[in-house]
Design a protein around this ligand. Structure first.
Ligand code: NAG
Length: 244
């Protein structure tokens, strides 16, 4: 145990000095001349990913990998996650008065909304390496993703108000049974439909695919409140911004 611990400590201090060395070669001022630290640089990068100002990045910048690792393990991440759900509750009660006609619906994404992919990315350099879909899907197929605790609570509250719940994920069809097992295992049940990406949808961008599903549900007479497209309700973590 002692050996393992000192190995880990050596490893992490090596890692920190490596990233700091990388950092030193960067310009430590913004364009307008403001002084920035590594932390403020990475914080600003993360916020802009969450706001979708930065899109289609393939890897987390190397110098920010350790910042991201710390963020997802921090109480800040927990606070952010709880707040996102709180905003969903507020939206539900103020902006989408329920018709209570059995056709009210709520759309949930799955990854990093109901289930967390953090354990996967913890083993994969916190997004600092190019996403390997085979390996990510392998992890998903084992069905061990933990629930996001506040999402689970909100899911149950929604159910008790009689709102139909639709799960719309960019996961592919072959992951259907593993996804159901995983969801049920961690406490989600009672949704109306689980919509995954079929072969035709795979050609579409994730955003387009989700917009199509939403349109189709509406044309079938449902009245989706939100979920997809409501910034407070998705993308609790920057990892959700990856096109998985
Ligand atoms: C992606 O992951 C799979 C399964 O873990 C592995 O066999 C493959 O070599 C990986 N591909 C790359 C390019 O790393």
């Amino acid at each position: 145990m002692g050996r393992l611990l000192s190995f880990l400590l050596c490893f992490s201090s090596f890692f920190i000095s490596a990233t700091l060395a990388d950092w030193n070669i960067l310009n430590q001022r913004t364009k307008s001349g403001l002084k920035i630290t590594l932390k403020s640089y990475c914080e600003s990068w993360r916020i802009n990913v969450e706001l979708h100002n930065i899109q289609d990045f393939t890897v987390v910048p190397e110098e920010c990998v350790s910042y991201i690792g710390k963020y997802v393990a921090s109480s800040q991440y927990q606070v952010d996650s709880e707040r996102a759900i709180e905003e969903c509750r507020l939206y539900l009660t103020t902006s989408c008065p329920l018709k209570k006609d059995g056709r009210d619906a709520w759309l949930f994404d799955i990854d990093d909304t109901l289930l967390s992919t953090v354990p996967y990315f913890k083993k994969h350099h916190f997004g600092g390496e190019k996403l390997n879909l085979t390996s990510l899907e392998g992890w998903m197929s084992r069905g061990k993703a933990p629930a996001l605790e506040h999402s689970l609570k909100f899911f149950d509250e929604l159910k008790s108000t009689g709102v139909q719940i639709f799960l719309v994920s960019s996961r592919r069809e072959h992951l259907r049974s593993a996804t159901i097992d995983n969801l049920v295992d961690v406490g989600y049940h009672g949704w109306t439909r689980l919509i995954l990406r079929g072969p035709d949808d795979e050609l579409n961008e994730v955003k387009q695919y989700k917009a199509n599903v939403r349109k189709q549900l509406i044309s079938n007479g449902l009245k989706p409140g939100t979920g997809i497209g409501h910034p407070g309700c998705i993308d609790v973590s920057i990892l959700a911004a990856r096109s998985t």
